[in-house]
Design a protein. Structure first.
Lengths: 549, 290, 268
């Protein structure tokens, strides 16, 4: 008996622990395949602005500080550590040593200086430098030690670290070769091996990539990544179901359900994302629309009544097949740090909506709502053509508003015409578009919430705030941008969210879920809500079995 | 003859140039021209948006001035820079044209071969075959090219280019079949054909000398039209089949109001259509039996 | 063949009638959303089921057919009239008029008019009704689609002008107007009719293709274009074959139009 117990105890000691036995051994090798949805336009990392270019930049480039897409926390990358001083006016980086470009040349502080100076250079107009160019005064970048770089900003910047997630670190040598992408030295896990316009881009592993896994093996695990240029999302889905590609990011609900039906373990719903569908009314004074309609859109009661008349639950259930949720406010709950949890989903109550409208001087007669002057309440909503979900949303909103006697005309336009109307001519009445919170930090949305901003949806580029509540939002946004204490910033931005909900200049309808498809042959893929949703940890993704299918 | 040829070539060139001017005018005055999507990108500050607008405006002149400037540069081989792809248009077209040429060429070839073979067979064989072939052609004529394109693409067995070629063939085949069948039907009933049959002329010589050759001028005229049809159909077909050809490029250029690219593609397509029509006009009479 | 032609005309008439009686055959209407029954199977209440928003598919099919079947013949008539004017003028007058018109026809066949359609949609007034915007689309298609018929009619007019009876009539001193009204038009009538009938399916398919590319009619009005766009979800179509009803109806209607035009008229 004692011997048996001794053997048992010995067995427990030498046997691998259950936890260790469950962890798969990542095997290197294989070619990962997925799609770009448009032709890449620019391989110069300093000038990247469009989605396909950003994807390639993420796979081939490197930054000083990276926001972990899963935890939404800053992590050191090329900067081993950093320190924010002087209330956010200065940030000092300690660079990682022994980092090399894909051609074997070491990364030097001069390269980092070059990258940072280029990004903030106003003459270059680098999109990555936009967030730095908000304040008056100059930005200086200097070397303060053998591997230390100091950046000084003209004014305190709250959450300054987040800006560096989009700042590519490169070299002058690499920029010179950006016209020949397959020759360009990079710092990321992959380098461009070949590019055929209209067809595909092949990335192969960077042999000098600096990251290693816990076992000391050099990353990435996967040998190569093939990005096919595929604009048609239906064809992309067909290819995934055939096994031609391994990942699909940002799927629509219908496609997601098709994958879920055929391969339930490959359809991944990561929950609420940072993307929402929004409807706003044109409040531009000089808009070439009838004055009586402008009066409606400027009326808080009118806007809130419309908000109440729209059945958000139905929108989420029918258009997005329950892969969305009624939006609560301008910030999605997926934004863990900044969502105002005190806000509640606007109630759907057509009767209350009608009562509010009557109190505001509208009257319902013969099934048609009329204003005080007798004008039938009828207006149009513009949205972009070719987006089935948005067209269905518009159709459902049309029905909801018909219940309270409002006639809504849906107008679908190609994107260029739509942008012209909402940014230049203001020849529109209301607009239905999707919005993405690319930057978690509210300072990244200054160009949306400030009344003087060009992307301020309902009334852009105001010389001075035209309403008291917009003036209040301006004050709050500017205050939070320089406030370093998180709790105080949070309180300021919470109030901004409350004002948006109270005044309803923009009706946030639904928060879409982050839907993706991931082949079962892949390991360590954990879809998240931030982009890139599926391959944010590309260097640690592997094929089960090492070769891929 | 030479004078007539020069006259025909001149009129084709003038037509092509006029077509380019019309395309340029359409793009230039279309809503959304000169608008950059970055103007509504929240990452860009108001100053950056103003700069983007200034840059767009600085490159605008009148339509005629722009077109004249473009033609003078095109003569030296400079087809301009694409506003949406930021690359030389000549390079873009050089990359994409082979795909379209291959798809249109293969589609035309396959469509014509099938159309002529079926038409000949229908004219010379039993009525049952004639009815079946006619029904198949009618069915294909009834299907929108977009449905054909979608089914080819989603069937998945063919890549984008081959799918586009197959769809173009299916678009061309029924038109060629019906036209050829009608003409061959008329010619097959002609007295000289009946006489040739009665005299025991072999099937090969009967088909070639007495059926195909008399139809040649009409068929060549149709060929000229079918080239225009094929190129015109290529745009939506390449978009739906995701084939990386000129059609897909033209669609993207249209959506982005890319003036240099769209004008260049229009000129190219017009030139091809005009040249094929002209060739048909010249070759047609030469092939008519004396 | 005559029997088939009569059958085709009868079937077309039935379809037209059904489309006109859409309100009676499918009283639910094409816009009403039964949100508790999205993507429902065919039943006693919904003979062809419902779409993703719970709208009666039969109602949408019938109303869509009414729209497409009324506007396409109007566009075809417009294109044929303009084409006839241009083609016959070119054929009868010849010379520089013929050359000029022929080049204009070539021009119309080579310029990418899809772009014009895109632009026109973008400049339409915001509160124009969906039916009006669709009408404008078909009007444009008609105005732009004359070149094909014009070419055919030009060729036919030249052929007839060279006939012996026309030469005799000219030799007798008949005026151009007399030649046109008494000799040319009566002989061209079958070709004109053939071109008109052949153009209708072309315009129906053009609208369907536009719908596929996202340039179709606005919500909630159905048309064959946006009904066919639903076929992009192949799996849904395979599992719910009644969703092929719009395609099936389109094929039947197209087949009828093609059967109405005799085969020999395709050579003219």
């Amino acid at each position: 008996m004692k011997i048996r117990w001794a053997c048992f105890a010995l067995g427990l000691l030498v046997a691998p622990s259950p936890r260790a036995a469950r962890l798969p051994e990542p095997a290197p090798g294989g070619e990962l395949r997925f799609c770009l949805h448009a032709e890449p336009k620019n391989f110069n990392p300093l000038m990247v602005s469009e989605e396909p270019d950003e994807m390639i930049q993420y796979l081939t480039g490197a930054v000083l500080i990276r926001i972990n897409r899963q935890t939404q926390i800053f992590e050191p990358e090329l900067a081993e550590s950093w320190q924010v001083v002087d209330g956010g006016r200065k940030i000092e980086f300690t660079l990682r040593e022994e980092v090399r470009f894909s051609d074997g040349v070491p990364l030097t502080p001069a390269d980092v200086l070059f990258s940072l100076r280029s990004v903030v250079d106003p003459a270059l107009h680098s999109p990555a430098g936009e967030p730095f160019r908000g304040g008056k005064g100059s930005i200086t970048v200097s070397q303060t030690g053998s591997h230390r770089i100091l950046m000084s900003l003209p004014s305190p910047t709250a959450g300054v670290e987040r800006l560096f997630d989009q700042v590519p670190i490169t070299s002058a040598r690499a920029i010179e070769k950006s016209e020949r992408p397959d020759d360009m030295p990079v710092l990321g896990p992959y380098r461009i091996a070949s590019y055929r316009s209209g067809s595909a881009l092949l990335l192969t592993r960077n042999p000098f990539y600096w990251k290693k896994d816990q076992a000391g093996r050099r990353l990435p695990y996967i040998d190569s990544v093939r990005l096919s240029i595929q604009q048609n999302r239906d064809l992309e889905l067909a290819r995934f179901l055939r096994g031609d590609i391994h990942l699909i990011d940002g799927m629509d609900a219908e496609s997601f359900d098709r994958v879920a039906e055929k391969r339930p373990n490959e359809a991944r719903d990561a929950g609420r994302s940072l993307e929402s569908e929004q409807l706003w009314f044109n409040q531009v004074a000089r808009a070439p629309i009838p004055e009586y309609r402008k009066e409606w859109f400027r009326s808080r009661q009118f806007r809130r009544a419309i908000a109440q008349a729209i059945n958000r639950a139905d929108l989420a259930r029918l258009v997005y097949r329950s892969h969305a949720a009624p939006a609560i406010g301008p910030v999605s709950p997926a934004n863990l740090s900044w969502f105002n949890a005190r806000l509640r989903v606007p109630t759907f109550d057509p009767d209350a909506s009608l009562m509010s409208l009557k109190a505001a001087g509208f009257s319902l007669a013969g099934g048609t709502l009329r204003d005080r002057q007798g004008h039938a309440v009828e207006f149009s909503v513009i949205t972009n053509a070719g987006n089935k979900s948005r067209e269905r949303l518009a159709s459902m909103i049309q029905q909801d508003l018909a219940r309270i006697g409002i006639r809504l005309n849906v107008v679908t336009l190609d994107f260029g015409s739509l942008i012209e109307r909402i940014t230049r001519t203001f020849d529109y009445e209301s607009c239905l578009l999707g919005m993405v919170n690319v930057d978690l930090d509210p300072s990244g949305e200054m160009n949306v919430w400030l009344s003087s901003a060009s992307s301020h949806p309902w009334n852009p580029a105001q010389a001075s705030p035209e309403t008291p509540w917009e003036a209040e939002i301006d004050r709050l946004m500017r205050a939070q941008a320089v406030e370093t204490a998180f709790t105080r910033r949070r309180a300021l931005f919470d109030r901004v969210q409350e004002i948006i909900v109270e005044e309803a200049p923009v009706l946030v309808l639904v928060d879409k879920n982050s839907l993706s498809a991931v082949s079962a042959s892949l390991g360590n893929v954990a879809p998240v809500v931030l982009h890139p949703q599926t391959f944010w940890n590309i260097d640690r993704i592997y094929f089960r079995g090492g070769t891929g299918r | 003859m030479r004078a007539r040829l020069i006259h025909s070539i001149t009129t084709v060139i003038l037509t092509v140039l006029l077509g380019g001017l019309i395309a340029a005018a359409l793009v230039r005055h279309a809503p959304g021209f000169g608008v950059d999507e970055r103007e509504f990108d929240a990452r860009y500050s108001p100053d950056s948006v103003r700069r983007i607008r200034r840059e767009a405006k600085s490159s605008e002149r009148g339509v005629l001035a722009d077109y004249w400037r473009f033609l003078s540069r095109a003569v030296t081989g400079d087809l301009g820079v694409s506003a949406s792809f930021h690359r030389p248009v000549a390079a873009l077209i050089a990359e994409r044209f082979p795909a379209t040429l291959a798809a249109v060429g293969a589609g035309l070839g396959l469509g014509w071969v099938l159309g002529m073979l079926f038409a000949l067979a229908a004219a010379l064989s039993r009525p049952a075959f004639d009815i079946c072939a006619g029904a198949m052609a009618a069915f294909l004529l009834c299907l929108p090219s977009s449905v054909l394109a979608l089914s080819m693409g989603l069937a998945g067995r063919l890549d984008g280019k081959k799918a586009a070629a197959a769809v173009i063939a299916l678009v061309i085949f029924p038109r060629v079949f019906r036209y050829a069948r009608a003409i061959l039907g008329r010619v097959a009933g002609a007295p000289h054909v009946l006489m040739a049959r009665a005299r025991g002329v072999g099937p090969g010589r009967l088909v070639w000398a007495h059926l195909v050759r008399p139809c040649a001028p009409a068929m060549l005229a149709l060929f000229g039209v079918s080239v225009s049809v094929a190129f015109g159909a290529a745009i939506p077909i390449e978009v739906l089949c995701d084939s990386p050809g000129l059609g897909q490029l033209a669609w993207q250029a249209a959506l982005k109001r890319d003036l240099p690219l769209l004008v260049d593609i229009t000129l190219l397509v017009s030139l091809v259509a005009g040249a094929s029509g002209l060739a048909a006009e010249i070759v047609g009479p030469a092939t008519a039996p004396s | 063949m005559k029997y088939l032609r009569r059958m085709a005309m009868a079937l077309l008439a039935v379809i037209y009638l059904a489309a006109l009686l859409a309100g009676w055959l499918a009283p639910a209407g094409y816009a009403r959303q039964f949100r508790d029954s999205p993507a429902a199977k065919p039943s006693a209440l919904f003979w062809l089921g419902t779409d993703e928003l719970g709208r009666d598919s039969l109602a949408r099919l019938l109303h869509g057919s009414r729209v497409s079947l009324s506007l396409a013949p109007a566009a075809a008539a417009l294109a044929t009239v303009i084409g006839a004017a241009a083609g016959i003028s070119a054929g009868i007058w010849g010379g520089w008029i013929d050359t000029g018109l022929a080049r204009v026809m070539d021009l119309f066949l080579s310029v990418p008019w899809l772009f014009l359609l895109l632009s026109v949609r973008a400049v339409l007034p915001l509160n124009v009704r969906p039916l009006e915007s669709l009408g404008i689309t078909f009007l444009l298609l008609g105005l732009l689609g004359w070149a094909g018929p014009a070419r055919v009619l030009r060729s036919a007019a030249r052929e007839i002008t060279g006939e012996d009876f026309m030469i005799q009539a000219r030799a007798r001193g008949c005026s151009r107007v007399h030649l046109l009204t008494h000799h040319l038009l009566p002989n061209l009538a079958p070709v004109l009719a053939a071109q008109f009938w052949m153009s209708i399916p072309i315009f129906i398919l053009s609208e369907a293709n536009l719908g596929f590319l996202g340039l179709g009619v606005s919500q909630p009005l159905p048309s064959w274009g946006n009904l066919l766009a639903g076929l992009q979800n192949v799996d849904a179509v395979v599992s719910c074959p009644w969703r092929l009803a719009p395609l099936a109806l389109l094929l039947v209607v197209m087949a009828c139009f093609h059967l109405i035009v005799p085969m020999e008229d395709f050579s003219k």
